[in-house]
Design a protein around this ligand. Structure first.
Ligand SMILES: [Zn+2]
Length: 358
């Protein structure tokens, strides 16, 4: 009888372990990105830093090149895969946009390792189903940090290139790793490879797409490197005239490791980081599920808004993913338009033939 119980216990344990592996394993199967008719070349990040080839840090790069020569813009999504609007925006450009003049380089999954897991204790849904321009999209939601199975162990504390002391896990944060290190950790190698894309391709404009909690101070904002500040301010004024409330922040000079600081300090590019508000990653949220990611509606955020605790307007309409993506797209296009005004020869003309982005 005792042996029967032990066998039964072992069988149930094995069954439960195997059952729980499914959701973890499904994260390794990333959905396909289908390049649209505007894509002229698909490359790998390892083409710019061969040491990444065959590693979990290598990721696809899509090039959309126009018939007419002009300037170049780099668009980076998926720096933080728990911020789906950034990844979705980059993917929508790859799958739908067309370049008439100049070149657009898109990296939709900048930290592809971080797409292979979710953050512990955040209850993030692993996959969401989303519709854009009447087309179904499956979206993987990942973590803010590189997967620890690809980079381990974390130090107790992490010192950035600028000497700031952060918690040890931040060593796996791509947006604290720039300008990267070719002999460093997986995250530092990815950062170095993206820096190599900028050094080799010489984009005049580079944009890093993010989302942040609605209670965070830098939200619905353009963070701009010193040299990019004029364009950011003018683009923000134009967006305000179109009814889009947006603020501009100068990239703090002492805040190292971040794209908007290091891309600009280590190359000629004009570096921007865009933030939109996402309640599904905020601290005040209730139940975290697919519906919250898609609709951005949460009753606790509504209470917080009524109590004046949020930095963005918030009501029963929530902050849908669709809207967050459109905000990113409009800001990207406005930054490019503003750049074009002063750089006729190097101008970039990027269009969405479906019109769904506007
Ligand atoms: Zn982010």
């Amino acid at each position: 009888m005792r042996i029967t119980k032990i066998v039964l216990f072992c069988a149930i344990t094995v069954f439960m372990v195997l059952g729980s592996l499914g959701p973890f394993k499904s994260h390794d199967d990333l959905e396909t990105i289908s390049p649209g008719p505007g894509v002229t070349q698909v490359k790998k990040l390892s083409d710019y830093f061969p040491e990444l080839r065959g590693t979990p840090g290598d990721t696809d790069i899509y090039v959309l090149e126009g018939k007419e020569s002009g300037g170049c813009v780099l668009i980076v999504g998926g720096t933080h895969p728990n911020e789906p609007a950034g990844y979705c925006t980059a993917r929508i450009i790859v799958e739908n946009f067309y370049v008439e003049k100049g070149k657009v380089i898109v990296i939709p999954r900048a930290n592809i390792s971080a797409f292979s897991h979710t953050q512990p204790l955040e209850a993030t849904p692993g996959k969401i189903h989303f519709s854009w321009n009447n087309k179904e999209m499956i979206i993987t939601i990942g973590s803010r940090l590189t997967n620890p199975i690809h980079q381990w162990p974390d130090p107790r504390l992490y010192k950035t290139t600028g000497g700031q002391i952060l918690s040890g896990s931040e060593r796996r944060n791509l947006n604290r790793a720039y300008p990267g290190n070719p002999r460093g950790t997986m995250t530092e190698k990815i950062a170095y490879a993206i820096m190599q894309v900028i050094r080799i391709e010489k984009p005049q404009i580079s944009i890093d797409l993010h989302e942040a909690a609605p209670e965070y101070t830098t939200v619905n904002a353009i963070v701009a490197h010193d040299r990019a500040l004029d364009i950011a301010v003018e683009a923000a004024m134009m967006l305000e005239m179109d009814g889009i409330d947006i603020s501009v922040e100068r990239s703090p000079r002492e805040f190292h490791g971040l794209s908007h600081r290091e891309w600009g300090d280590n190359s000629e590019t004009l570096a921007f980081l865009l933030e939109v508000a996402n309640p599904s990653q905020g601290r005040l949220r209730g139940k975290t599920n697919e519906r919250l990611v898609i609709t951005g509606f949460d009753e606790y955020y509504l209470k917080a808004a009524k109590a004046g605790r949020l930095n963005v307007p918030y009501d029963e309409k929530g902050l849908p993913l669709n809207l967050r993506i459109k905000r990113h797209l409009k800001t990207i296009l406005m930054i490019i338009d503003t750049f074009n005004t002063y750089n006729h020869e190097n101008s970039i003309v990027l269009t969405d033939p479906s019109g769904a982005s506007f």
